[in-house]
Ligand binder design. Structure first.
Ligand code: SF4
Length: 891
């Protein structure tokens, strides 16, 4: 951790703020240092952490933090900031009605924050216009759960993924997106090699490394794949007729609809061979203990809800639900997407898993909150909310802990909408996000490690997040900010919370209020816990009703669904048709990288994490690259009907021809034009409102710049013009890759402008006249503080090694001159690109260990270099390096 932060506790048990696995963490603090370790007692991770969780200590510095409230660009006190937000909302509501205001919140905030935000908007402002960025993540699963079960219930637990005999991972790159859960599965499979894993994904990802069968289906063809499975289940007499008759409705209609999904039809639409399909279907039919895990590849689609219901239909038909090792299992992306669902953070839900539009629920929540203003109608879902901002019907929006300018589709439209909106309030920990740039009122929020509350992970486990650092500057927890605004708006008693524990007790009480087993979400057992008990609350799974010890932590083995007749619904689904090919365009898929999180506002602070992927890339197959005269490493333009991004081509064999993949993380903060959501059309699933982030038609062409540049520097360089530019952290500063379509007539002046030099530095200038290469090194007190490389051809440098030289003391002119080679001499090691972020082990170190004959397995690499021995997220990449180097070693 860079800044000297004074801890307020010595040892703290808390929860990771990144993904939906919800790993427990033990923080030890001493004299400005923070040590992050996995909590061996937390049931989600049993002591393990992935690379992102392990690097949390490197992301807590105060650089770029928003530390004070601002109004119209000027520092303000909290009194004025609260006043401005409350008055702005009140005046807008008075003039234009409650639906003229909106809150856009986030799966990053804690349940207690979420609860008060939802209570204020739905209960007291009287509008449904609160939605969350979880809409982009798992709202199709929510909609599918509600259609099938009558409630948003995840029936199983993580243990089911280990005890199952057949694990189907569909639309989920678990190895990178939920790494600790993936490691649990790897260990389970190692212990029981007979356990089978099927991965359904158009791409070959690191997850497919453990697959017994990989089905690289055509994008968006999952519905027919599972509808065909339903038909096959019936044909093989595997229907659990007793379960279907006793606990479900609509089976016959769903089956009749599935009849046209013959194996020929499924093969044609999915692009999968009949043999592979039959193998998959036979495996499912023969294996009682089956779990189907699904994630964003299922959810982020115009038919995301149907895809999830197609999966659920198969589990209902076989009665494989709610029992050990069986069930459909939706994994959430965000740390508190589930908590947001529990408090009604989605525009179509009320608090405590109740529904907007359900009269009984409306009456219950109104009475509990003692309000006559509770919204009667659903609010606008994320995409429609910003369309309403754009068309002027929403005139005031409060964005909390999220970055919609980068994360929503048609992202340039979001910029335009916010720039026209009369009042934009943004609460965030960071002061420099792409969204913060549009804020009229900026509110500094408490960050992870500074705030208290609870989060719920993907298996319904509620865990505490705890503060172990003091609040920096004038930052405040979100629940405090929202409650103060609510009180200023006149709702004094209703928001008189003094702590997150107050809010948690009310949330627990509401979950139990007039419930009596009629609603799935019930944590009434905690309605009266003391502040001390809340402080030490151990992770627990819901339901936990008042006075009852649940007999199982799973749902629905014996029916008991939350529909009117307590029976589940089969959803009839037609197989659909193949998507029409288009010869000019490629289908763009998007997703996560192993070591970055969302829009990089936090993980981008870690040099270790940034080393895994320093530049935005587009994965493209060799055939598609060849057709477009694109080579590996070329800078390319990716265009759609909505925008254009510039990134580097990575020729890959892991995709289907005609498809490309672009990571979702890059923002204007780290690159000049790589916001992938600017390409994506704002089209959504008609049931869930979730945007289709994984199917965009794009064209790709080479950029052909005149100058390629690379720079390292202590301080972030100032760029005036670059056609392509990306700037990420390295250990002592910044690494910048860039390209220009201009000539640089005066490289020394260019370096001086770029690095804001003041003239008292030592310079070493190297110019290769023939190739017009320019290499400039800047020293101060013998320390290398910056370097610039300019060339008309792509730079062949050891960039990671150069980044590691920043800050080195080099007095000797000969050693200085050697830097001009841009790579280490024979006497200096070059790690190469970092593969293991936990122990900073590079690709060249791994290949050297293999070629020297010291190692031939991932385990041996772990023994010799430690790589892969902490979180294990890089094991698949290590394996990929071992294989070709073993061949070379044998030659
Ligand atoms: Fe955090 Fe990694 Fe665990 Fe997810 S898997 S909760 S990112 S440590």
């Amino acid at each position: 951790m860079k800044d000297a932060l004074i801890p307020i506790r010595q040892k703290t048990k808390t929860t990771c703020p990144y993904c939906g696995v919800g790993c427990g963490i033990v923080i030890s603090t001493s004299d400005g240092g923070v040590t992050v370790k996995g909590d061996a007692e937390h049931p989600a991770n049993l002591g393990k952490l992935c690379s992102k969780g392990s690097a949390l200590g490197e992301t807590m510095g105060h650089e770029d933090r928003l530390l004070y409230p601002e109004i119209s660009g000027k520092r303000a006190g909290w009194f004025d900031a609260i006043d401005s937000v409350a008055n702005g909302l009140t005046e807008t509501i008075q003039k234009h009605g409650p639906d003229s205001v909106a809150f856009y919140v986030s799966g990053q905030i804690l349940t207690e924050d979420y609860y008060v935000a939802n209570k204020l908007m739905k209960g007291f402002i009287g509008s449904g216009n609160i939605d969350t960025n979880s809409r982009l993540c798992m709202s199709s699963s929510v909609a599918a759960h509600k259609r099938a079960f009558g409630s948003d219930t995840v029936p199983g637990t993580y243990e089911d993924l280990e005890t199952t005999d057949l694990l189907i991972l569909t639309g989920s790159n678990l190895a990178w997106c939920h790494p600790v859960l993936f490691q649990r599965i790897i260990h389970a499979k190692k212990a029981r090699p007979e356990m089978k894993v099927v991965v359904i994904d158009p791409r070959r990802t690191m997850t497919t490394d453990i697959a017994d069968l990989h089905l690289p289906l055509h994008p968006d063809s999952d519905v027919v794949l599972f509808t065909g499975l339903l038909r096959q289940i019936d044909q093989a007499n595997t229907v659990d007729q007793e379960y279907v008759d006793k606990f479900t409705n609509g089976f016959d209609t769903a089956l009749s609809e599935a009849q046209s999904a013959t194996i020929e039809v499924v093969s044609r639409i999915t692009g999968l061979s009949r043999q592979d399909l039959q193998q998959f279907y036979d495996l499912f039919i023969a294996t009682e203990k089956t779990v189907t895990v699904y994630s964003q590849g299922v959810n982020q689609s115009v038919m995301g809800t149907d895809k999830a219901n197609a999966i659920i239909n198969c589990h209902l038909a076989t009665g494989r639900i709610g029992l050990e090792g069986m069930g459909p299992f939706s994994i959430t992306g965000q740390p508190n997407a589930m908590g947001g669902r529990e408090v009604g953070g989605l525009a179509n839900m009320l608090a405590a898993h109740m529904d907007v539009g359900n009269e009984v629920h409306h009456e219950i929540v109104s009475r509990f909150w003692k309000t006559d203003k509770l919204t009667q109608k659903q609010g606008l879902k994320a995409v429609d909310m910003y369309k309403a901002v754009a068309d002027g019907s929403i005139k005031a929006i409060w964005i909390m802990a999220t970055n919609p300018v980068d994360s929503l589709p048609e992202a340039d439209m979001i910029k335009e909408a916010l720039s026209k909106c009369p009042m934009v309030v943004v609460s965030d920990i960071m002061g420099n996000t792409d969204t913060m740039a549009f804020a009229d009122i900026k509110l500094p929020a408490a960050g992870w490690g500074e705030k208290d509350g609870t989060v719920t992970n993907s298996e319904r486990r509620i865990s505490r997040q705890k503060a172990f650092l003091p609040l920096p500057g004038e930052a405040k927890p979100d629940w405090w900010i929202i409650s103060k605004v609510a009180q200023k708006m006149g709702f004094v008693k209703e928001f008189a919370y003094t702590s997150p524990a107050d809010i948690f007790r009310e949330h627990a009480e509401l979950s139990a209020f007039e419930n009596s087993g009629r609603r799935d979400f019930d944590i009434g057992a905690y309605h009266d816990i003391s502040d001390e008990m809340y402080e030490d609350l151990a992770p627990f799974q819901w339901p936990q009703a008042k006075g009852e010890q649940p007999s199982t932590t799973r749902f629905f083995a014996d029916g008991g669904f939350y529909t009117n007749d307590r029976k589940a619904n089969f959803i009839p689904l037609s197989p659909g048709v193949p998507s029409s090919p288009c010869s000019n365009t490629l289908i763009m898929n998007t997703g996560r990288l192993r070591d970055q999180w969302h829009t990089m506002t936090r993980t981008g602070k870690s040099a270790r994490l940034s080393a895994h992927a320093a530049e935005p890339i587009v994965d493209i197959t060799f055939e598609d690259a060849l057709k477009r005269n694109i080579h590996d490493g070329d800078i390319v333009k990716v265009s759609s009907a909505h925008g254009e991004i510039i990134c580097k081509a990575k020729v890959s064999q892991e995709l289907r021809a005609g498809e490309v993949f672009v990571p979702m993380h890059w923002t204007d903060e780290f690159a000049n034009q790589a916001r992938v959501n600017s390409l994506i059309r704002a089209v959504t699933d008609p049931v869930s409102g979730q945007p289709a982030s994984k199917f965009t038609r794009v064209t790709i062409s080479p950029l052909n710049p005149t100058i390629y540049g690379y720079a390292i520097s202590f301080s972030k360089p100032i760029f005036i013009q670059a056609d392509y530019r990306t700037t990420v952290r390295v250990e002592n500063g910044w690494r910048t890759d860039f390209a220009l379509s201009l000539q640089v007539d005066n490289p020394e002046k260019y370096a001086s402008d770029l690095f804001s030099l003041n003239g008292d530095e030592d310079k070493l200038v190297y110019q290769d006249g023939r190739q017009q290469d320019n290499r400039i090194f800047i020293f101060k007190a013998n320390k290398l503080i910056a370097a610039l490389f300019l060339s008309p051809a792509p730079l062949n440098l050891s960039k990671d090694w150069l980044g590691q030289q920043l800050g080195s003391e080099i007095e000797d002119p000969v050693t200085r001159y050697k830097l001009a080679a841009g790579r280490p001499g024979a006497d200096q090691p070059d790690k190469g690109p970092i593969i293991c972020a936990c122990f900073s082990v590079g690709a060249y170190e791994i290949s050297d260990a293999v070629r020297s004959g010291k190692c031939s397995t991932v385990e041996q690499i772990g023994d010799v270099l430690k790589a892969g021995t902490n979180c294990g997220s890089c094991k698949s990449e290590i394996q990929q390096i071992i294989a070709p180097n073993q061949i070379l070693a044998a030659e």
